[in-house]
Design a protein around this ligand. Sequence first.
Ligand code: SAH
Ligand code: SF4
Length: 342
Amino acid sequence: MIDILSLYREELESLILELGLERYRASQLFSFIHKHRVERFDDISVIKKEIRASLKELFYIPSIVCKKKTRSNDMTTKYLFQLADLANIETVLIPMKDNRYTICVSTQVGCRMGCKFCATGKMGFKRNLTVSEILLQVYYILKEQKLKNVNVVYMGMGEPLDNYDNVVKSIKILIDEDGCNISKRRITLSTCGIVDKIEKLKKDLPYINMALSLHCAIDEKRSYLMPINKKHKLEDVMKSLSTFPMPRRKRITFEYVMIKGINDTKEDRKALLRLLSTYKSKLNIIPLNKHDLMDADLEPTEKRNIEEFAEFLRSKGMFVTIRDSKGSSIDAACGMLATKNS
Ligand code: SAH
Ligand code: SF4
């Protein structure tokens, strides 16, 4: 049986032709599956019963089970989804300005990158998500909340570029005009910095928004916080990102989790200035979110000091924002996603 949700329109088309059906059936089916998000072939009443029967022999439409939903006082909602093998993942729906929403999707169960401050990293790596497991997080929420226009950020559990093929395919399906038709400008991929995969992405999927988990501009300290930095040196990551084709009027986002006494010193400010001065960039400072799995030596920088750090960089001409940790009361903010039974 073939998982119909994970097929490109062209792949579906060749299977439909093999079944002896007309070519237009493929576009029709693709649109029912990805745009109207039907969950059963029998819900597609415009397709004759006999044809539905032959489709059911070859394909199945996968689904996802929501085991728990938690809403914080800032209206951020965290979904705990159970997958077919009983692994659990979390997805976060974040309300934005102007009645818009952002869906933060997971790409792996756990993560192998082991960043020191991250709850998902502390879980270790369990497995990659399939294309449909990534798509279903978005589809479930769109359907349940009756949403139309959303941003999708690949910033949940896992390192998207460590599950490259499935992540790229899921994005290409999300932006398909006959499917969800989400603009590339509304998709953001956040990575810890894997150079060969960034290079590949430039060719496979240019003009999506890119975010780098920078967290330190000093090589040695970055390696302490993020082991991946030993393999992919910051200089190489920055060089590769500098030529990433971005959507019009958008900047590369550099995420910076502020950790007391570690990356919030005067030396760090200077290093950041030096590193980012030649980039059309946005520095997004994230106050460190504490979680149960956090090493005892990591503490968040005080709010006052975060503001001073940001103000200094702004005074030197940098574009700096401070992220409010939406969803922290329900462990749904950045770096707090970690599931049991997975
Ligand atoms: N693996 C990707 C995307 C998922 S992590 C990446 O690392 O970019 C999403 C964001 O949350 C990253 O910027 C990550 O560094 C940040 N983050 C991780 N742990 C955090 C914590 N405890 N507090 C605040 N942000 C954290
Ligand atoms: Fe993985 Fe990102 Fe967490 Fe690092 S910050 S462990 S790359 S999910």
